[in-house]
Design a protein around this ligand. Structure first.
Ligand SMILES: CCCCCCCC/C=C\CCCCCCCC(=O)N[C@@H](Cc1ccc(O)cc1)C(=O)O
Ligand SMILES: [Zn+2]
Ligand SMILES: [Zn+2]
Length: 512
């Protein structure tokens, strides 16, 4: 035995070296031969005479739109008077849209707007562009560089609530339609514009009712585009080019109320455990035990593959070889909140209430948890996980609200609508990569799921990592250049939707 030891060791080392050599060879071959999912951009049309400039008049209209304080506070609690004023402003601001015999406008659920622009070819299924009229309340007003409802133009940026979420797309799509209709353009394909008035509190009285109206009409929609992920500049690790993130799915959510009821009493004679203490332990267990990393099991893995050939080293090697490096990429993603949200179901503690007086032991403690559920998980799985982690029957888990993750819409070369969207994005951003991904937050599209199987969520403006906190935060703003891109994106989209939606690779028409 001992005599053979050197021989055995040599064999083990040789086996190890051989395995390493084979793995390295496979990794290198896959990296250099990995297919590119990017198509060359179509001719850039932004120099067309039909280009929509962000001129004084259009900027003034956008500024005015920001000045309406259409805040949604809680479910069913909004700002009806502001919404009514904003609706009248929209009507006055786009006279051609509102007087065209091709356009039917319905006010739905009191303040939401549904426009139908009649196409000339009734055999084509309509499509829908969605946005919303409402905004979230302001935070830390004193820290804003310009008043939050001013729409003030400062150093090339328009400041105010709603500039990126989502009055840009509401106003931008109406500008594009006004522009086209005033040039006597009649679309071939019928187009809907759908603007809910309570997206920020779940869309229960706006988008939900719009969805019901369209369902009652028996409408089937070829594709829906709503607010969503942006064109990222430096958002994704290893990608130096602009990255247009088209969300083909969205996470689900589960909002839970955690409640503990124990005996209260005089603070001078406390028991060893209190309602507050028991609940604190439960929520700190939830924070210490994140839901499992699921990176590589959903559309986020496709996102890596779509951009693999364009990534900088060493990310290119990792993204081309997810079969081997998925756990490493998962770890890289889990290090920052904005990428961690793609890797797992997240846990956010959003409320914590207990106690009424300094010398009274509170008999009750309540917390709210907002989970965003990874597309490959489910409401039941999340609930089960939480129960196991908390492992304390004194903590009651009550479901406030929940939604399963959305279905995934078609993407890639076999999807004419996705390819049309990609082409339109490249008309505005010729150098950008386009990739499918999923939304880590939720949109009104959850109320439109039965209308279409091709639902996309995309914001046609550029965002850097330092812009992300402006979402629902302080100093929300959009650059004039980005607002111009938004208007022209919708203009190109409406024009492109008149072309047949075809699978170009196969050279035949595949009309939806
Ligand atoms: C690897 C690539 C990294 C890319 C980083 C991506 C950044 C994403 C950037 C922007 C996200 C923008 C999200 C915009 C839409 C937000 C909409 C929203 O806030 N919706 C509410 C809806 C809601 C849900 C549940 C409720 O009870 C009320 C409202 C939300 O909270 O999700
Ligand atoms: Zn929004
Ligand atoms: Zn929002």
């Amino acid at each position: 035995m001992w005599a053979n030891l050197p021989r055995i060791l040599t064999l083990v080392v040789r086996g190890f070296v051989l395995t390493l050599a084979v793995l390295t060879a496979v990794v290198v071959i896959r990296t250099v031969t990995f297919p590119s999912y990017q198509t060359s951009p179509p001719e850039c049309k932004t120099t067309d005479p039909d280009f929509i400039p962000a001129d004084e008049e259009r900027l003034a209209r956008f500024t005015s739109a920001i000045q309406f304080q259409t805040v949604s506070y809680e479910r069913g609690v909004g700002t009806p008077q502001e919404l009514a004023k904003f609706v009248r402003f929209i009507q006055k601001s786009f006279p051609t849209v509102h007087s065209s015999p091709m356009v039917r406008r319905d006010v739905v659920g009191n303040y939401s707007l549904l426009y139908r622009v009649e196409g000339s070819d009734a055999s084509l299924q309509p499509y829908m562009l969605a946005s919303h009229l409402d905004v979230v309340p302001i935070t830390e007003e004193a820290n804003w560089e310009a008043p939050p409802f001013s729409g003030q133009l400062k150093d090339g940026y328009i400041y105010g609530r709603g500039t990126i979420d989502a009055k840009h797309s509401l106003m931008g799509s109406l500008e594009a339609l006004e522009f086209l209709l005033s040039r006597r353009h009649q679309p071939k394909r019928t187009l809907y514009l759908a603007f809910g008035h309570d997206e920020e509190t779940g869309g229960h009285f706006g988008a939900k009712v719009i969805g019901d109206v369209l369902t009652q009409r028996g409408e089937k929609i070829a594709f829906i585009l709503d607010e969503g992920s942006p064109v990222g500049d430096g958002l994704a690790p290893g990608v130096s080019k602009l990255l247009a993130l088209v969300s083909v799915a969205e996470k689900g959510f589960l909002q839970l109320r955690l409640e503990v009821n124990e005996e209260g009493g005089h603070a001078s004679m406390p028991r060893s455990e209190s309602a507050i203490g028991i609940l604190s332990k439960a929520i700190s267990k939830l924070e210490d035990n994140p839901h499992p990393n699921m990176f590589g099991t959903g559309p986020e893995a496709r996102m890596m593959e779509y951009v693999a050939t364009e990534m900088t080293l060493p990310y290119r090697i990792l993204a081309s070889n997810l079969w081997l490096f998925s756990p490493l990429v998962a770890w890289v993603y889990s290090r920052k909140p904005q990428t961690n949200a793609f890797a797992r179901t997240t846990t956010a503690l959003t409320r914590f209430n207990a106690g009424v007086k300094d010398n009274v032991i509170s008999p009750e403690a309540v917390a709210v948890i907002d989970h965003r559920i990874h597309p490959m998980s489910s409401v039941e799985e999340v609930m089960e996980f939480d129960r196991k982690v908390i492992n304390d029957p004194r903590v009651k888990l009550n479901v406030i609200n929940n939604r399963p993750p959305s279905p995934t819409s078609p993407y890639g070369k076999d999807s004419p609508t996705y390819m049309m969207l990609q082409e339109t994005i490249q008309q505005i951003y010729p150098d950008a990569l386009v990739t499918p991904t999923f939304m880590v937050a939720n949109t009104d599209t959850r109320h439109y799921l039965n209308l279409s199987s091709a639902i996309y969520r995309f914001n046609p403006y550029v965002m850097t990592p330092s812009d992300l906190p402006r979402f629902h935060g302080v100093n929300e703003r959009i650059s004039v250049q980005n607002y111009e891109r938004v208007m022209n994106f919708y203009y190109h989209l409406i024009v492109n939707m008149d072309k047949p939606l075809e699978l170009k690779r196969h050279g035949h028409e595949d009309e939806l």
